[in-house]
Structure formats: structure tokens, C-alpha cells
Design a protein around this ligand. Structure first.
Ligand code: OGA
Ligand code: MN
Length: 297
């Protein structure tokens, strides 16, 4: 079988969210397959692969085809004992280091609930994420979908006046802000300095596809040069626009799905599920090559 990529919803979202078949990505791949997947990412922004039985080792090897990997330093538990041994694997689960369910009030669980707000991975780091690759190792019996919104289509749909207003804006991103939205303020002094705000352009141009997009995230809590309430009201309106249902693909997970998304062109969010069930996802993350401030506008 050879690799083939087709839109998941050809009628309403022909150029957003593709499904890949005819390939086992847990194996070492020829350059031609890696190039086909990269081209698919440029076109679709989100790619879904079914039945990929990854270990952390094979997931890391597949991910490294697409660039340098980030370390998982955005975790609230970074620097402490972790459940997963590799510093390049983000623990997107509701499990503790003994693989037991986190208690409802556990600080790690409450921090991780921030994933339910629309975001782009690591926009709170000076150099944000390029691709995220999320592998479903265990899933709950219902709920726990992940939703993806197309920030290219959202940009294209803005009126010209709003496009012009957004063009040169720079936002301040921090996990202190996104967690604060949910009322999570249980940060140590070390967290506060680790999560100091970083600057990101609001409008990006994709280096491969050339398409412009809105670089929004719940981490964005300010706009340089704007009064805070005005900035937050403006970003809230843009986010409401950009996450309208026409721009959104909702992924319903099966065990061993691997979903890969381009954080430069999309936002995503987790959906709730029963806290008494296990949901164990492992994420690897490919970093951008430079900050958005250093990217060509
Ligand atoms: C992530 C993330 C959403 C989910 O892994 O970056 O936001 O549904 N995950 O777990
Ligand atoms: Mn995320």
C-alpha cells in the first residue's frame, strides 16, 4: 500500500484535517514518505493516522523526522519526578507516577484542565511549537475529544479593516494568564519566573504554504502598547470568531490514533470526560526554528 491523504470532511472542510492511510509510521520511513506527510501538513494543518502502536521510543523517532524536539518544560511538574522518562514526551494524562488516577483536587490535574481552553502549544515559550504529535495510549469510554480550529480560514474570513488592525500587533503570552482564566493561581515563585510572558506576533505567514493565520491562544493576555482590558476584549472577540463551528474539526479518539497538528496554523482544545476513567496520551512536540518576532511578517 502507498500513502494516501484525503480530507476527513470533503464537503465543509476540504482543506482542513486530513486522514492518512497506507502507512505504518511506527517504522523507519523513507524520505519520500516524510515529504508526503510534510506536504499533507502544509495543506491540511491536522493529520489523523489510525492504529499506530507507538512506544515512546518509536514516537520520538517518527517525530524527529520533522525537526528538533521541544522539552516538556511547560508542565507544572517540570523538574520534579515524572511518570514518563523522556524529557521530550509531554504527559497528557490524568495519571500519577504510579499510574493511578489523579485525585480531583490534584494540582497537576487542575493545571492540566487549562488544555480545555483554545490554545496553540508552547505559544508561551519564546520559540513556540511547530508540530505536536499526540498518541492515544488509553482513552475513556466516552468524551475526551480534541477539537481543532483552522486559523488560516479564520484569518481569511476577517474583514479587511480587522485584518489591517491585526497585521502588526504583538501579543504577550503566558501560562500564568491562561491558568488564571480558570482561577488556577497555585504557582510557586519558580513557576512564576519560568512562565514569564513572551511576545508573539498576532498574524503569521506560513513559511511553506504562504498562507496567513491568526496566532491566538488562551495564553495571550495582552497586546503590546494596548490597555489590558481593551486587549483582552479584542482577543476574546477574535477567538470567538476564529473558533466558530465552520472552522472546527472535532476528533473522536480511538486507541492508537496519532494526531499531528501544525501549531502555526491551528488552535486546539481538549473536551471533558469522566475523571474516574483513564485517559493516557503521550505528546511529542517539534519546535519552530525561530520566534514569531524573528519570522517574516
Ligand atoms: C495537547 C493538548 C488536548 C487533549 O496535548 O497539547 O492540548 O485533548 N491536548 O488532550
Ligand atoms: Mn495543547
Amino acid at each position: 500500500m502507498t500513502i494516501s491523504i484525503s480530507p476527513i470532511d470533503p464537503v465543509s472542510r476540504a482543506s482542513f484535517a486530513g486522514e492518512v492511510s497506507g502507512i505504518d509510521i511506527t517504522q523507519v520511513l523513507p524520505a519520500s514518505d516524510v515529504a508526503a506527510i510534510s506536504a499533507g501538513m502544509d495543506q491540511y494543518g491536522v493529520l489523523v493516522f489510525h492504529d499506530q502502536r507507538f512506544t515512546d521510543e518509536t514516537q520520538l523517532a517518527f517525530s524527529r523526522n520533522f525537526g528538533e524536539l521541544e522539552i516538556a518544560s511547560g508542565d507544572i511538574n517540570w523538574g520534579k519526578d515524572r511518570r514518563l522518562p523522556s524529557p521530550h514526551v509531554n504527559d497528557i494524562s490524568n495519571l500519577d507516577n504510579d499510574n493511578a488516577l489523579l485525585r480531583r483536587e490534584d494540582r497537576r490535574r487542575l493545571f492540566n484542565l487549562g488544555n480545555q481552553l483554545w490554545h496553540s502549544d508552547s505559544s508561551f515559550k519564546p520559540v513556540p511549537a511547530k508540530y505536536s504529535l499526540l498518541s492515544a495510549r488509553s482513552i475513556p469510554s466516552s468524551g475526551g475529544n480534541t477539537e481543532f480550529a483552522d486559523m488560516r480560514a479564520a484569518y481569511d474570513a476577517l474583514d479587511d479593516e480587522t485584518k489591517a488592525e491585526c497585521e502588526d500587533l504583538v501579543c504577550q503570552h503566558s501560562q500564568l494568564y491562561s491558568r488564571g482564566v480558570l482561577g488556577f493561581t497555585d504557582f510557586t515563585e519558580e513557576d512564576v519566573s519560568r512562565f514569564a510572558p513572551v511576545q508573539q506576533r498576532l498574524v503569521r505567514r506560513h513559511p511553506s504554504s504562504g498562507r496567513k493565520s491568526l496566532f491566538l491562544a488562551s495564553h495571550a493576555g495582552g497586546i503590546v502598547g494596548w490597555p489590558v482590558p481593551e486587549a483582552r476584549a479584542f482577543l476574546r472577540d477574535l477567538t470567538e470568531h476564529a473558533t466558530g463551528r465552520t472552522f472546527v474539526y472535532a476528533h473522536v479518539w480511538k486507541q492508537w490514533d496519532l494526531v499531528m497538528w501544525d501549531n502555526r496554523a491551528t488552535m486546539h482544545r481538549a473536551r471533558p470526560f469522566d475523571a474516574n476513567e483513564v485517559r493516557d496520551m503521550h505528546r511529542t512536540t517539534v519546535a519552530c526554528e525561530r520566534s514569531t518576532m524573528a519570522e517574516a511578517a
